[in-house]
Design a protein around this ligand. Structure first.
Ligand SMILES: C[S@@+](CC[C@H](N)C(=O)[O-])C[C@H]1O[C@@H](n2cnc3c(N)ncnc32)[C@H](O)[C@@H]1O
Length: 331
């Protein structure tokens, strides 16, 4: 007879979740996914390709098989489709440098007990500090996360067929949205508002992709920089709302509404949680990152976005999946 007693398996895996952060971060650091992409291999072959010990290679591969990122086929290891798409260097969707960054940042978790007790960062609130060098590390590493969402957002708002439109990307970071959107619509122009060193990173990307003449940057703080009036057809606010408190989001949405031409659209991309905070899983757990790194940030509920956008003067709000993120489109 089966008994329904829970086993400790899942709890042990969750407690030891840092093992996975370590294994993926180190595997990315020694280009193991890229070597696997060049061809399936045995432990001995892969250790030689990656320039690591056989014992180390076996340990990484065991961990990656356990995590479902690498599989064994006729005695050789190969990437699963997920690893092939998201962890091989050089692919536009590659999260490989993000995996390395997360491993480097893992020590900050030691401060979590104090942060939880206090209800926010105790030593260095990163998102509120103007022009924080933190962003120079983060922005290139997270660019790939926005590739699928930017592509879906372009489809949702019919960007490719929108003609000569002007776009404002607030906190555009790497410039990845502008790169994807300007490629989808060769008549569009985009303006990114971010800190000066971050805009320099974005300018390089747009130059590399041959779209520099249609891309302008404004250096500054989006809390204080004027967005203008009836200037843009589309405004974008991607992965910013979670670092801000409710009042700040309403304030920025109000000024963004004013910056839009009649009929213009505000596109928000973020990790949005259900109204009862019962899911989805990734946005729920991402809230811990904002507790660690911002004074007022959180993963906000659909109802929060809806209410703030109405207060800001928008009349129509729709939600579209771009997993693990959600796109919120307001007109
Ligand atoms: C999480 S990244 C998002 C980048 C991009 N929008 C995306 O979704 O891939 C946050 C960006 O907002 C910028 N940022 C944060 N606070 C800012 C502020 N007060 N004024 C201007 N830019 C800011 C950071 O420099 C960084 O580029």
């Amino acid at each position: 007879m089966m008994n329904n007693r829970p086993t400790p398996d899942r709890v042990l895996q969750l407690i030891n979740g840092y093992w996975v952060t370590g294994i993926i971060g180190v595997a990315a650091g020694c280009s193991l996914f890229t070597h696997l992409e060049d061809g399936a291999g045995t432990v001995v072959e892969l250790a030689a390709r990656a320039g690591i010990s056989e014992r180390g290679a076996q340990t990484l591969l065991d961990g990656l098989v356990s995590g479902g990122l690498v599989e064994l086929y006729e005695g050789r290891y190969r990437n699963t489709p997920e690893a092939s798409t998201y962890l091989v260097e050089g692919k536009p969707t590659s999260l490989s440098s993000f995996a390395e960054l997360k491993l480097r940042q893992m020590g900050t978790l030691a401060g979590l007990p104090d942060v939880v007790r206090a209800g926010g960062p105790v030593t260095d609130p990163t998102t509120e500090v103007a022009d924080n060098p933190h962003w120079e590390q983060v922005v290139p590493a997270i660019a790939a996360q926005s590739v699928p969402a930017a592509t879906i957002a372009a489809e949702v708002i019919g960007l490719a067929d929108a003609g000569e439109i002007s776009i404002l990307d607030v906190g555009g970071g790497s410039g990845i949205y502008s790169a994807i959107w300007l490629e989808a619509n060769p008549a569009a122009r985009s303006t990114q508002l971010d800190w000066a060193p971050i805009n320099a990173i974005a300018r390089r990307l747009l130059e590399e992709r041959g779209m520099a003449e249609r891309f302008t940057c404004i250096d500054g703080d989006f809390h204080t920089t004027d967005f203008g009036t009836a200037k843009y057809d589309v405004a974008l606010y991607s992965h910013i709302a979670h670092q801000e408190g409710p009042e700040d989001n309403v304030e920025v949405f109000t000024r963004l509404r004013r910056s839009l031409k009649p009929g213009g659209a505000l596109v928000i991309c973020d990790y949005v949680v259900d109204d009862d905070r019962g899911g989805p899983t990734f946005p729920l757990i991402f809230a811990s990152e904002m507790l660690l790194k911002s004074k007022k940030g959180n993963t906000w509920r659909r109802a929060d976005y809806h209410g703030w956008l109405m207060k800001a003067g928008f009349g129509e709000v729709s939600f579209h999946p771009a997993e693990p993120a959600t796109l919120v489109v307001a007109r």
